[in-house]
Write a new protein. Structure first.
Length: 86
């Protein structure tokens, strides 16, 4: 027997074995389902929704531009902190 033929027969045997095992599993599942009896569905219980609270409007605060003096203070602070860290 050539190598290719042996591979073909092995593949065929594997497919047959898989098909037989699948059928056996399906039969077992069907038997188990028959033992359990008909499926009983649970009734759905609706939950009551809580009333939504009205949204409170939030007023936006306008950003105030810093004056030249305040900007200078911030820059000097940043420089001082940089010198301390270095």
């Amino acid at each position: 027997m050539s190598h290719s033929k042996s591979l073909q027969t092995r593949r065929k045997k594997q497919k047959n074995k898989k098909r037989i095992e699948g059928a056996a599993k399906a039969a077992a599942r069907a038997a188990a389902a028959a033992l359990k009896g008909p499926v009983v569905k649970k009734e759905k219980v609706k939950k009551e929704k809580a009333p939504k609270e009205p949204k409170v409007k939030v007023e936006k605060v306008k950003k105030v531009k810093l004056t030249a003096e305040e900007l200078g203070r911030q820059e000097s602070k940043a420089r001082a902190d940089a010198k301390k860290g270095a």
